[in-house]
Write a protein that binds this ligand. Structure first.
Ligand code: ZN
Length: 499
């Protein structure tokens, strides 16, 4: 019998069976980061939910097209309120102290995109099928705005193209934010544009010929509003209707509400059949903030101490994030992290025991096959039940305990253990470091990143900026890439992981 996958849908406010529109092929979109800084563990908690949807769907034999974006333009500091005012987060980052080391805004975007992908790999998130960038989908965004203007869902003022919220009566269905007054309350400190027709209207395009990132459009130079990119990229890569759309709970309003409005006015169809939202994360019982001193990026935890980190096993960080259910507020503590470092160690012990059993074990009885199959079944059932990660992990801990009762394993038992480890790793990503299931497109985007970095290094060298060139080489090294300067220009290859 085919397995059923249940997820809580924030739109219907009910747990439902996932039934892909195309039989056995899930079309799935998850909002990615704005690359103006290092991603923190709260960001990654939500990326991890998407990774688990991806892995769980694959584990029951579905094909999955999974798109998650990179926001590298247009995300304003006030976008979480109105989407019409505020400073561009990327520009603000460039003008900050940390921004001083970047030549320009493109350099900054490139750097934080690379770092994001590095953190992504270190926490063992699988490469998505496609990772589109907002800045590379300008033509599609402009076309969408033209279409919305034509169909009366948008209007132009002297400095902005707005989406007209009253033209889409279903606005507010996801978040329950139906009343414009509620919104007004939230944004009363923000300067209003007198030409705006309804306070809920949000920007599709900002006319601004002094902005650091600008494109030519039928309305002059400017840049798109933040919400538009996800509508357009989901449609480009997944089609008019998608099965699941995911993101952090902070994105429900206004971001996802605006995405629904735009897409449904463009296509006349239901945009996403299910919406999955990850609750926020606290650290040591408090809201994570730089001023409270409890703000952690992934690298704060996983980089070696010599590089300013705490040298924690990235997979222990991953396990800690999995130890709370995605729909409950999660309290990240160093106590839980410590416990998970120990759990992680036990997986390494199991791997070592199984490898030695395969090599030196006797031929003989297989004592573990039945129990491990049953425990894996418990893990998978838990994941299919709205990603119940605490229960899924508990079953794996029982399995490691069971295996480690043995001092030696027979060849057959060892083979069963390896099979269990592989299945557990495919589903939860907690056994072996680095994603083993990289898709080809992931490799392509990796190659594109490396090419861009190599080109930037060549440029820096030509400009005699050797400090920058060295920094870029270090970045390449940390990605596991070796650059060789040849008479035909620089060539690169991946360093062997065996050396
Ligand atoms: Zn989005």
């Amino acid at each position: 019998m085919a397995r059923q996958f249940h997820l809580y849908n924030s739109l219907s406010r009910e747990t439902e069976t996932v039934e892909p529109l195309h039989d056995g092929h899930l079309q799935f979109y998850s909002c990615g980061p704005t690359v103006y800084s290092y991603a923190h563990i709260g960001n990654f908690r939500s990326f991890l939910t998407a990774d688990l949807i991806f892995r769980t769907a694959k584990s029951i034999g579905w094909e999955v097209t999974y798109a998650t974006n990179i926001t590298d333009v247009g995300h304003l500091t006030d976008d979480d309120l109105t989407g019409t005012t505020g400073e561009d987060r990327m520009v603000q980052a460039l003008q900050s102290k940390e921004g001083e080391r970047f030549a320009n805004i493109w350099d900054l975007a490139r750097y934080y995109t690379l770092v994001l992908q590095e953190d992504w790999r270190s926490l063992n998130l699988l490469e998505p099928t496609v990772r589109p960038r907002a800045s590379e989908h300008m033509r599609e965004q402009i076309k969408a705005i033209e279409q919305l203007l034509k169909s009366g869902h948008a209007y132009e003022t002297s400095n902005t193209i707005y989406f007209s919220v009253p033209s889409f009566p279903a606005y507010g269905r996801l978040s329950g934010n139906e009343a414009a007054e509620d919104l007004e309350q939230g944004v009363r400190d923000v300067v209003h544009d007198p030409e705006k027709q309804d306070p809920r209207d949000f920007a599709l395009w900002k006319k601004d010929d002094s902005h650091l990132m600008q494109w030519h459009s039928p309305w002059g130079w400017g840049f798109p509003g933040w919400h538009l990119e996800c509508s357009v990229m989901a449609q480009t890569y997944l089609g008019d209707e998608i099965d699941i759309h995911a993101g952090g709970e902070d994105l429900i309003f206004p971001h996802h509400e605006c995405e629904i409005a735009q897409t449904e006015c463009l296509t006349g169809k239901t945009f996403a059949r299910k919406w999955v939202h990850t609750r926020f994360l606290q650290v040591e019982g408090k809201k994570m903030s730089k001023s409270a001193g409890n703000f952690y990026t992934v690298r704060d935890l996983v980089l070696p101490e010599s590089e300013g980190g705490r040298g924690i096993d990235p997979l222990a960080v991953r396990m800690t994030l999995l130890s709370g259910h995605y729909r409950k507020p999660f309290n990240f503590t160093f106590e839980t992290l410590k416990t998970n470092v120990r759990h992680r160690q036990r997986f390494d012990d199991v791997v070592a025991l199984a490898e030695s059993g395969l090599e030196n074990g006797e031929n003989g009885q297989n004592e573990l096959s039945g129990s491990l199959t049953a425990l894996f079944e418990r893990t998978l059932s838990a994941m299919l039940d709205d990603l119940n990660t605490p229960e899924a992990l508990a079953a794996t801990f029982e399995a490691t305990k069971l295996v480690l009762k043995h001092e030696h394993l027979s060849k057959d038992s060892a083979a069963s253990v390896i099979r269990w480890l592989d299945n557990t790793n495919d589903l939860l990503g907690i056994v072996y470091p680095h994603a083993p299931l990289k898709t080809e497109s992931g490799d392509e985007s990796f190659a594109a990143e490396v090419d861009a970095l190599v080109a930037a290094r060549t440029q820096a060298r030509e400009a005699d900026d050797f400090t920058r060139a060295d920094e870029l080489r270090d970045e390449l090294t940390s990605l596991g890439v070796e650059v060789m300067d040849t008479p035909d220009g620089p060539k690169w290859k991946r360093r062997s992981t065996l050396s």
